[in-house]
Ligand binder design. Structure first.
Ligand SMILES: Cc1ncc(COP(=O)(O)O)c(C=O)c1O
Length: 399
């Protein structure tokens, strides 16, 4: 099938929920993807920060296909070898104290579970979240998500959620009290515009939670599994979250999520939460292969080094359109003084896929296996794209 045929077919049946690029991606390897007409792209979207170990990673492919032939589903009422090994592995790579794991299927499910665990454990219902934070689209996670475009059509949401400015200890201190069940935040805000959290601020929030008997939920759905140059972004700042939400890069592209649970979270009663597919043996095998690959190939260090190379290259672009380049590891945003969408489309024309984070930020989340040569090509093509006269880019991104 051609790009055109696939687009026509999908357009006929889709629910209409997504702004779509006019491209049908049909194949990937490492940091490269191909469209149905055979055109090749350097992928700095990585499935929205999922493909940390690269597209069609051979180790993940082998683990999934072998497990598919052995056992595809094992209810959570039974034990399973892959699940047992994955839980062990996750708790070994996590910050100290996160010794228990709940396995699910996506980021929003991980957040949903963490919020429920916080209520169960504290007996309180109030939650503090941050402005520009994003935690998912199911009702609980949506209630802690800032942007009104996501929230408004579905109100009323969960009561008792208060939003405070990110990176402000003072404002946080005014709202965290003995009625707070949890504070939830990202270590680097992703959807909100690639905004790194300040270390002192994050440690202050953790201390406030501890002082008030509230739980500290760190959402590492986008920042986890090497993305920021540490296995988890909270390790940059020596944080010890009570609940850590994971998904995206956890299983090499296979759908999965997890919540890691610390000692300040009380016992979680049987039947208080659950899932049919969560922790299935195939997802667990994919995650085990992913974590092993990240470790054996040194992808965490690689993300730190290549992230610096990419940020440095992008930061040196002499363009009046650029406001700021910021990020951590291979999670980088370029804040533009104009809308990002036309520039992203123009960049795709030049063979590089990147995504937006809000209206004015171009976001780069490439697979951590991306080559140095591709990083340099990305810098070169972004330079070309951002140094064209802005008025010569129309709303479709065509020059
Ligand atoms: C920080 C964060 N939390 C939660 C989510 C929701 O994850 P999912 O789309 O897998 O439900 C996302 C998705 O972008 C995210 O970036």
């Amino acid at each position: 099938m051609t790009n055109k045929q696939i687009i026509e077919l999908e357009d006929r049946h889709r629910a209409g929920l997504y702004h779509k690029q006019p491209l049908a991606l049909v194949r990937g390897a490492g940091a490269t993807v191909w469209d149905a007409d055979g055109r090749q792209y350097i992928d700095c979207i990585g499935g929205h920060g999922v493909a940390n170990v690269g597209h069609a990673n051979p180790a993940v492919v082998q683990a999934v296909s072998q497990q598919m032939q052995r056992l595809t589903i094992c209810p959570n009422g039974f034990y399973n070898d892959q699940r047992a090994q994955l839980m062990t592995s996750l708790t070994q790579i996590a910050p100290e104290g996160l010794e228990r794991a709940f396995l699910c299927n996506s980021g929003t499910e991980a957040v949903e579970a963490a919020l429920k665990f916080a209520r169960l454990s504290t007996g309180r219902t109030n939650v503090v979240a941050t402005m520009r934070g994003f935690h998912g689209r199911t009702f609980g996670a949506l209630s802690a998500t800032w942007h009104k475009q996501y929230r408004q059509p579905f109100e009323p949401l969960l009561p008792g959620v208060t939003f405070v400015p990110y990176n402000s200890s003072e404002r946080m201190e005014q709202v965290v009290n003995e009625q707070t069940a949890a504070v939830i935040l990202e270590v680097v805000q992703g959807e909100g515009g690639v905004i790194p959290g300040d270390g002192e601020y994050l440690r202050n929030v953790q201390a406030m939670c501890q002082a008030q008997g509230a739980l500290f939920i760190v959402d590492e759905v986008q920042t986890g599994f090497g993305r920021t140059g540490r296995m988890f972004a909270c390790q940059h700042h020596d944080l010890q979250p009570d609940l850590m939400c994971l998904a995206k890069g956890i299983a090499g592209g296979f759908p999965m999520g997890a919540v890691l649970i610390g000692p300040r979270v009380g016992e979680l009663a049987a039947k208080s939460h659950g899932t049919t597919f969560g922790g299935n043996p195939v997802a667990c095998a994919a995650a085990l292969a992913t974590i092993t690959f990240i470790e054996t190939e040194g992808l965490v260090q690689r993300a730190a080094e290549l992230g610096e190379r990419l940020a440095h290259g992008l930061g040196a672009i002499p363009s009046p359109v650029i406001g700021e380049v910021r990020g951590l590891g291979l999670m980088i945003g370029i804040e533009l003084r104009q809308k990002a969408a036309p520039y992203l489309a123009a960049l795709a024309e030049r063979g590089v896929l990147a995504l937006s984070a809000g209206a004015t930020v171009m976001r780069f989340l490439p697979p951590l296996v991306i080559s140095e040569k591709d990083i340099d090509a990305v810098v070169e093509r972004v330079t070309e794209t951002l140094t064209i006269k802005p008025q010569s880019v129309n709303s479709d991104g065509k020059e």
